[in-house]
Design a protein around this ligand. Structure first.
Ligand code: ADP
Ligand code: MG
Length: 308
C-alpha cells in the first residue's frame, strides 16, 4: 500500500475552523491525510492556492486529463449529508456539477468555477438580486429526492425549542418577536412543502462559470417550501439595504422580487421567512448571544407590518 503525501492545510483556515470547537479540531487533525488520500484516489494534482469559507477547505486541482476541478473538504454533518444527493437531483442546472463524492467523509470533487468572481463582487444591487432570483426559481422548482431531511421536522423542533430560548434575550420586544415568529411557523407546519431547497443561497455562494454566467455552490439541501429559501438573499449585502435610506422598502423590494420569482404563495413566504429569522435567532441564543441581529429584526418587523 502506498502512503499518500498529506496536503498542506493553510494556517488561517486551521485557526478559524479550529475555533469552532473540539469536534472541528478532531476533523482538522485528520484533514492533511484525508486530503492526500483523495488526491491519490481520484488521481488529482494540486493547481493553485486553497480557498475556504466558514465550513470547508477547497483545493483547486486538475484531473488526469488536465480538466480543472475543485476538491471540497468538509466535515460530515446533518447539513452536508444531503449535499451530494441534492447536487445529483439538480443535474448541474444552475448549480455546480458534482464529479465525484466520498460518502464517508462528505468530500466532493466539483467542476471548477471562477472563485475570483463571486456574485458578491457585483456592486449593482438589481443585477445581483436578479441573478439570485433566477437561480432560486430554477433550483426550488425541482422536487426533493426521497430521504432528504425535511422542513417539517426542522420547523417542529424550532417551535419546541423557542420557549426555552426566549428568556435568554435581553430586550422584551425581541423576546416577543421571536415568539411571534414561532407562532407563524406553528401555523405552517402542515404546509412544509417538498421542493429541493438550497438553504444558503446568498451572493457569496454564487460563482461565475463558463457553461452558465453564474452558478450556485455550497448547498445544504433540504425538502421544503420555497419560501424557506429566501432569507439568505434578503439579509445578504445588507449595506445596500441600510444605505438605501429606507430599510423597510428595500427589504420589501427584495422579498417581493424573490417571492414572485419562485412563484411562492405570499402568505407562506412571509411565514417561512419568519421561520428563518427564528432559526437564526435560536442559533444566536445557542451561541450565547442575548441580542438578535439588527438585520433579522428589521426583516421580521417589515414582513409583519406588511402581512396580508
Ligand atoms: N467549484 C468551485 N470552484 C472554484 N472555487 C470554489 C468552488 N467551490 C468553492 N470554491 C471556493 O471555496 C470557497 C468555500 O466554498 P463553499 O462551498 O462556499 O464552502 P463554505 O461552506 O465553507 O462556505 C468559496 O467561497 C470559493 O472561493
Ligand atoms: Mg460558502
Amino acid at each position: 500500500m502506498t502512503i499518500s503525501t498529506p496536503i498542506d492545510v493553510p494556517g488561517a483556515f486551521a485557526a478559524s475552523y479550529g475555533a469552532q470547537g473540539a469536534e472541528a479540531r478532531t476533523w482538522l487533525a485528520g484533514l492533511p491525510r484525508l486530503g492526500g488520500e483523495l488526491l491519490d484516489r481520484w488521481e488529482l494534482r494540486p493547481d493553485g492556492p486553497a480557498r475556504w469559507g466558514m465550513a470547508s477547505l477547497v483545493l483547486p486541482v486538475r484531473r488526469p486529463g488536465g480538466e480543472p476541478a475543485a476538491l471540497k473538504l468538509q466535515r460530515l454533518r446533518e447539513e452536508t449529508a444531503g449535499a451530494a444527493d441534492g447536487l445529483r437531483a439538480w443535474r448541474s442546472n444552475g448549480i455546480v456539477r458534482l464529479l465525484e463524492h466520498d460518502e464517508s467523509s462528505a468530500a466532493q470533487l466539483l467542476e471548477r468555477l471562477d472563485a475570483s468572481r463571486p456574485l458578491s463582487s457585483v456592486t449593482d444591487e438589481e443585477t445581483a438580486l436578479g441573478v439570485l432570483a433566477g437561480l432560486l426559481a430554477r433550483l426550488t422548482a425541482v422536487p426533493a429526492p426521497a430521504g432528504l431531511r425535511g422542513l417539517s421536522d426542522i420547523a417542529a423542533a424550532m417551535v419546541e425549542e423557542t420557549p426555552a430560548a426566549v428568556p435568554a434575550l435581553r430586550d422584551p420586544d425581541e423576546r416577543k418577536l421571536l415568539e411571534t415568529c414561532a407562532a407563524a411557523v406553528a401555523e405552517l407546519t402542515g404546509e412544509a412543502g417538498n421542493r429541493l431547497l438550497h438553504w444558503d443561497l446568498h451572493a457569496g455562494n454564487v460563482l461565475a462559470g463558463e457553461r452558465e454566467p453564474w452558478l450556485a455552490i455550497d448547498p445544504e439541501p433540504l425538502a421544503g417550501d420555497p419560501g424557506f429559501d429566501l432569507l439568505p438573499a434578503i439579509d445578504d449585502r445588507w449595506e445596500a439595504v441600510t444605505s438605501s435610506g429606507d430599510i423597510g422598502r428595500a427589504v420589501l423590494h427584495r422579498f417581493d422580487r424573490l417571492t414572485e420569482a419562485v412563484g411562492a404563495d405570499r402568505r407562506r413566504a412571509v411565514g417561512w421567512t419568519l421561520g428563518r429569522v427564528l432559526q437564526n435567532g435560536l442559533w444566536d441564543v445557542e451561541d450565547g448571544k442575548d441580542r438578535l441581529e439588527p438585520a433579522q429584526v428589521a426583516i421580521a418587523r417589515t414582513l409583519l407590518d406588511h402581512r396580508r
